[in-house]
Design a protein around this ligand. Structure first.
Ligand SMILES: Nc1ncnc2c1ncn2[C@@H]1O[C@H](COP(=O)(O)OP(=O)(O)OP(=O)(O)O)[C@@H](O)[C@H]1O
Length: 250
């Protein structure tokens, strides 16, 4: 069953076709990844799905409802939440209070939101940092906080925008089980990621965007060997050059 169905979604900014006629279907309970070179349209696609940007054409159906162009807080209430590449916590507030902001979507009473924040902190490995001001967190801590705030809204679908960016190899290794754990708890996850090691490690299915268009999809192994994908990342003619280099070397 599809939890999210995007049909023929397009959005231009002036002359730039950021997203062009993109259609995709995200199965309930899946962990999939959206990859593509810089400027491919990945973040714009997230913004179109989550309601931060209105599409020129196309539709977004989430959990059986048409949410095209719907305000982000209404979609979040239905269970669709996204994170942002640039993490902006309330710096002077504690980690607990920051996570509670997300929890308030489902919990009207402050005491309940603060309590829910503690449970979520456990899930992302922030339990020991709950009383720290957010500004005292490391980059890796801030990434976990962003994840926690999103998780606290109790999403059915979580759109993760580069939660591993800026982390060192050890921090990435530490974060992978956190993301996998979220998916295993029943949350459907779609992640934008440049760290290919993480994509290969986590994703069951990969979507590839280039210049606003979906150019490939499939298993991580198949898309990374797709000539069109190699060209999109490394430039025209690369796939043929690589093939020739391989033939010459045998
Ligand atoms: N608000 C905007 N106004 C004008 N142009 C925009 C706007 N948002 C995105 N763009 C343009 O749309 C294109 C797609 O950008 P987008 O940020 O979606 O790509 P991306 O794949 O997320 O890139 P990256 O991997 O570098 O984050 C780019 O050419 C970008 O400059």
């Amino acid at each position: 069953m599809s939890l999210l169905t995007v049909s023929h979604l397009s959005r231009s900014f002036g002359g730039v076709k950021a997203v062009q006629d993109v259609s995709m279907s995200i199965p309930l309970g899946s962990l999939t990844a959206l990859i593509g070179p810089n400027g491919a349209g990945k973040t714009t696609l997230f913004s179109l799905i989550s309601g931060f940007t209105t599409p020129d054409t196309g539709t977004v159906i989430f959990d059986g409802k048409d949410i095209t162009g719907q305000a982000p807080h209404l979609s979040a209430k239905l269970g669709l939440t996204r994170t942002f590449q640039i993490v902006q916590p309330f710096a002077a507030q504690t980690v607990r209070e920051n996570i509670a902001v997300g929890a308030h979507l489902q919990h009207a009473r402050r005491v309940d939101a603060l309590h829910a924040a503690e449970t979520v902190a456990e899930r992302v490995g922030l339990a020991s940092q709950l009383d720290k001001p957010a500004k005292d967190l490391t980059v890796a801590g801030r990434k976990r906080l962003e994840l926690a705030r999103a998780l606290a809204t109790q999403p059915k679908l979580l759109l993760l925008d580069e939660v591993l960016a800026g982390l060192n190899p050890q921090e990435i290794q530490d974060m992978l089980p956190v993301v996998r754990g979220i998916a295993e708890s029943g949350v459907t996850v779609l992640l934008i990621e440049h760290v290919m090691q993480a994509v290969m490690n986590l994703a069951q299915h990969v979507w590839v965007l280039a210049q606003g268009q979906l150019i490939a999809e499939g298993s991580p192994e198949s898309v990374t060997q797709d000539p069109q994908v190699i060209e999109a990342y490394l430039g025209q003619g690369t796939a043929a050059r690589l093939r020739k280099a391989k033939q010459d070397s045998v």
